[in-house]
Design a protein around this ligand. Structure first.
Ligand code: COA
Length: 295
């Protein structure tokens, strides 16, 4: 296999790669990524979003990747491949020159987990789960929920930092409040995780702070996404998360979303149990990592 900078290729050589992913995300994840690929292509041809395609001996594209590069950090946008050889070549190229790499990507490329771990990257598997928004049993909430508002950005960052503790490094680089704020602002400004729907998102207030929240986005006209669910450590095991999920499902259903999806780390036992009890089932696999010292 050989790698070619994708900026050298014409749009009609690249377009089928997007079409294929668009169809795959829609069929497997019920996620409409049309505008994401339009944005990626526009970035590729205007300012030169970096990326590579991997070709076999007959010049057929067997895989591709794109990434952002800043401060010696490679932020991987996606790795797509047909064969383990193509996956391995792309990973080798991506990790070769960087002092640190990060990624949170849909893991369909064969051999991706192996290719990353073989290079000393410690990856975390996330399950993409979904369920229908109908048949939601009513759950008694011991708290009052209100709709999330734009002025909740600061309080949301504080709650997420508290709720995730050291596990939050995946979302907020140094787990600082400032980085959590950037995370929340990105969630509002960019559609990478769907378009934020404040009207479907809920918070619980206690003593002038947020004690719990469910942030919901839209991934497609009929798919809502539970982008964040967090309960402050002091308010846990009181049924708040269970009630928030019920409320999120009900409000999504009332707004015409037939299903709700979410991503959960396989190592997050409390959350996995919660979603399993709510009847969410696996539809796909994502891999996440933040590595400061790749091999
Ligand atoms: C996961 C989280 C939201 C649960 O919040 P919570 O309000 O304490 O959860 P609830 O009291 O509503 O519990 C509902 C169910 O979840 C599961 N659960 C919650 N905490 C659990 C724990 N520590 N261990 C095992 N199961 C747990 C149980 O099935 C529980 O039902 P049960 O009490 O009948 O056993 C909370 O621990 C949190 O904010 N964690 C950090 C952020 C996070 O991981 N968010 C989810 C991202 S996908």
């Amino acid at each position: 296999v050989k790698l070619v900078e994708w900026g050298l290729l014409p749009a009609d050589a690249i377009a089928p790669l997007y079409w294929r992913e668009e169809a795959r995300w829609r069929a497997a994840l019920a996620w409409d990524t049309t505008t994401s690929w339009t944005t990626v292509e526009s970035a590729r041809v205007t300012w030169g979003l970096p990326g590579f395609v991997c070709c076999d001996g007959s010049n057929t594209i067997r895989g591709w990747t794109f990434y952002l590069s800043h401060d010696d950090t490679i932020e991987v946008g996606g790795i797509f491949a047909d064969t383990p050889e193509a996956t391995d070549a792309l990973v080798e190229r991506l990790l070769g020159g960087a002092t640190s790499t990060t990624g949170f990507i849909y893991a369909t490329a064969p051999g991706l987990h192996c290719a990353l771990t073989a290079r000393g990257i410690s990856v975390e598997r996330f399950s993409y789960l979904a369920r229908a928004t109908n048949r939601v049993p009513s759950v008694r909430a011991a708290a009052h929920f209100r709709t999330w508002r734009l002025h909740d950005v600061g309080a949301t960052a504080t709650l997420l930092q508290r709720a995730y503790g050291s596990a939050g490094r995946l979302f907020a680089r140094d787990n600082s409040l400032a980085q959590w704020r950037v995370y929340v602002e990105n969630l509002i400004a960019y559609p990478g995780c769907g378009l934020l729907r404040p009207d479907l998102s809920r918070v619980v207030e206690a003593n002038g702070e947020l004690a719990a929240l469910a942030l919901v986005t839209a991934l497609a006209s009929d798919t809502a996404h539970l982008a964040q669910l967090a309960v402050s450590p002091a308010a846990r095991r009181a049924g708040l998360a269970r009630a928030l999920v019920g409320e999120a499902l009900r409000s999504a259903h009332a707004s015409g979303f037939a299903q709700m999806s979410l991503l959960v780390a396989d190592g997050n036992a409390p959350a996995c149990r919660l979603y399993c009890n709510w009847g969410f089932a696996e539809r796909g696999e994502f891999l996440a990592w933040r590595s400061d010292t790749p091999q």
